[in-house]
Unconditional design. Structure first.
Length: 281
């Protein structure tokens, strides 16, 4: 494919050089010698003919070059997709037996690159990561079109059960917001509606429906702890954004209590860093 494009470009350059050389040659002749009218008409006609040939040849070569480049890009994308599938299959075959492949937990992470990186560093660039029988795959954001190549890759990876779960990773900055109605503003009706349509389309293309888990990554500022408690929330069926927001708010008293104990346990670390986001000068 590349040799064909190179051949087109070489022919185009040669004709351009010939045309320019002809024009330069005529310019020299007109300035140094006297020629007849017939000869001048013949030379001018040859130049015009060369330009016409160059024009039509350029119009013919340009679409072919573009088509060849597009075909080459499409071929590269297919090769990259096949490489990704081959990487998955090769890794799984080398590390898992055929019977254990069905026990491999495949998790598809959906969310913004910033949120995904906070939860699983380098996943957006690695595309997939595996550890202890769990395969994490980055699937993009709910505000972006579904990657059809990824759908095909998942089907080839494990046809009967392509996914075990979908994790929707969201982000909310808690340290810069007061405890009010806007605490979980990322769960607004617009985002939940977009996510609902995204997951519906995803499962329709996969022809498989997996459970969806909501994982909220919160920005805690500079406050750190040796042990951060994990909060697990199981949403009821057909839950709305209001239901999710209200249920998550019920977790606040327990979290505040645990946070208070952490502050008392390490007052030197937490006192000033915890108050600084809300202090004014």
């Amino acid at each position: 494919m590349k040799s064909k494009i190179t051949r087109y470009l070489s022919l185009f350059v040669i004709i351009s050089i010939i045309s320019l050389a002809t024009i330069l040659f005529l310019f020299i002749i007109f300035n140094k010698t006297s020629i007849t009218v017939t000869q001048s008409y013949l030379m001018i006609g040859s130049v015009i003919f060369s330009l016409i040939v160059l024009f039509f040849l350029s119009r013919y070569l340009k679409p072919n070059i573009i088509m060849d480049i597009e075909a080459n890009d499409k071929k590269d994308k297919i090769n990259k997709k096949n490489d990704r599938v081959n990487d998955w299959n090769k890794y799984i075959k080398e590390n898992y037996s055929f019977t254990y492949k069905s026990k491999l937990s495949i998790q598809l992470l959906i969310g913004s690159p910033l949120s995904i990186e906070k939860l699983t560093p380098n996943l957006t660039t690695d595309i997939w990561q595996e550890n202890n029988g769990t395969l994490l795959i980055y699937g993009g954001d709910i505000h972006q079109p579904i990657d059809e190549n990824l759908i095909q890759d998942l089907k080839q990876l494990r046809r009967r059960r392509p996914l075990d779960a979908v994790i929707w990773v969201s982000e909310n900055s808690l340290s810069q917001q007061p405890l009010g109605h806007s605490l979980f503003n990322h769960l607004n009706p617009a985002n939940t509606d977009t996510a609902s349509r995204y997951f519906h389309q995803l499962f329709r293309q996969l022809r498989w429906q997996a459970p969806i888990w909501l994982w909220n990554v919160s920005n805690s500022g500079e406050i750190t702890a040796d042990e951060t408690p994990t909060v697990l929330y199981s949403a009821p069926l057909k839950a709305t954004s209001e239901t999710l927001s209200n249920n998550l708010k019920t977790l606040l008293p327990a979290l505040v209590e645990q946070g208070t104990h952490a502050v008392f346990a390490q007052s030197n670390t937490y006192l000033f860093t915890g108050v600084s986001p809300f202090s004014t000068t």
